[in-house]
Design a protein around this ligand. Structure first.
Ligand SMILES: [Zn+2]
Length: 390
């Protein structure tokens, strides 16, 4: 599995693309959905350096749309249909990561973290640095227990005390590997099918699981006529402030916004039901509250009705300390009804997360049914705040 990550990274280099696609096809899982999930999870794409993810997304989005455009930050906007309500379906391409800040005289590198990392998630992890000469393997070191004072053994070491070790001994040796300040850094945690349980282990499910749902849904709606203009948008820089969603929504001017995200779950030891009620395998979820947005109540009612009609279990969640692209869509175009639809993820914002295949499939089913339920009349009702007359 280590080689597959290496392969995905090398494939970002144009000269090797042909060779890589041939090798990858030979090793790829036979199920096209698993193949898509693996490709997306393994692709390196921290905020502002989403190129490898965009290279996967854009061709698939172009093939299933009438028009493809990019915003000025790098988000991909694919349009299906040219008349009817403007529906924006959004997933973000970036993942948690970092940037090289400095190379020290003894060849270590300090790192600027990008996105919401826990300090305790950072030591003793493998990383890939996307240097100018290609991928460089790195590890965040850990203090050795044989010399650590007893009082320090249960402490969390702050991120500023961590260094990336690339095996170099001097600044010059690190520079010779093609490393310099600003180089993107991503977790090194290859996709793994979890023992036939229907669960998949990997990095970056936030939000590559949303990216995969976006692709799967748009390929289905491309084959089924709908009376809407659907703008499928793969955004950039969500993890550092929803920046791509803001600029993309300025172009799309949505009437309705649907964010596709990785949710969180409360079914692991130590979780508390007041934090989240969702479970892995419990079906797609919607967020009724998060710290960035309130879902539109009429859209929530429509999602509930759609899920019930399709016999899809729907998890309802209220989560503090969570923001998503629906917040930017909501504040665009004079105010836009939105909802955040999630595929539950165990262990977000860490090297190793878990998603469930049935949750994914049901999320796509729900999204497609929801999109097919929208037309000019429905959207007008969703956007109508006129008090009912007695
Ligand atoms: Zn996310």
């Amino acid at each position: 599995m280590r080689s597959s990550t290496h392969l995905a990274l090398l494939c970002a280099a144009p000269l090797l693309a042909t060779l890589c696609s041939a090798s990858a096809a030979a090793q790829a899982p036979p199920d096209p959905t698993v193949r898509l999930l693996q490709q997306l999870a393994d692709a390196p794409g921290p905020p502002g350096a989403e190129e490898p993810v965009r290279a996967l997304m854009a061709p698939r989005m172009k093939a299933a749309s009438d028009r493809l455009q990019y915003d000025g930050l790098g988000s991909v906007i694919a349009q299906q249909g040219s008349t009817g309500p403007r529906i924006m379906v959004d997933a973000h391409m970036d993942e948690l990561g970092g940037m090289v800040r400095r190379i020290t005289p003894n060849g270590f590198l300090t790192m600027q973290m990008l996105g919401g990392w826990l300090d305790q998630a950072l030591p003793d992890q493998r990383w890939i640095i996307l240097g100018s000469k290609g991928p460089v393997h790195a590890v965040t070191g850990i203090r050795d227990i044989h010399v650590l004072p007893a009082d320090d053994r249960t402490k969390v070491f702050p991120r500023d005390s961590l260094m990336l070790d690339v095996g170099a001994h001097t600044t010059a040796e690190a520079a010779a590997l093609g490393l310099s300040p600003g180089d993107p850094v991503v977790p090194d945690a290859p996709f793994t099918d979890m023992n036939g349980t229907g669960n998949y282990l990997g990095k970056a499910w936030d939000d590559r699981i949303g990216c995969a749902a976006l692709i799967a849904a748009m390929e289905r709606t491309a084959q089924a006529p709908h009376p809407n203009q659907i703008f499928y948008v793969a955004t950039v820089q969500e993890e550092i402030g929803l920046r791509g969603a803001r600029t993309a929504a300025q172009l799309v001017k949505p009437d309705i916004g649907i964010a596709l995200e990785g949710g969180i779950v409360g079914d692991t030891p130590g979780s508390h039901p007041e934090e989240t009620q969702a479970t892995l395998g419990g079906g797609p979820g919607i967020f009724l509250y998060d710290s960035s947005a309130l879902a539109n109540r009429k859209v929530v009612a429509l999602v509930k009705k759609t899920a019930a009609a399709k016999n899809i279990p729907l998890q309802l969640d209220l989560v503090q300390g969570y923001g998503d692209d629906s917040a930017e869509m909501q504040l665009s175009n004079g105010g836009t009804p939105t909802v955040n639809i999630v595929v539950p993820v165990r262990y977000t914002h860490a090297h190793n997360g878990i998603v469930n295949r049935q949750d994914f499939d049901r999320t796509v089913d729900l999204l497609v049914a929801l999109l097919q339920s929208l037309d000019a009349t429905t959207v007008q009702q969703l956007r109508d705040f006129t008090p009912a007359t007695p």
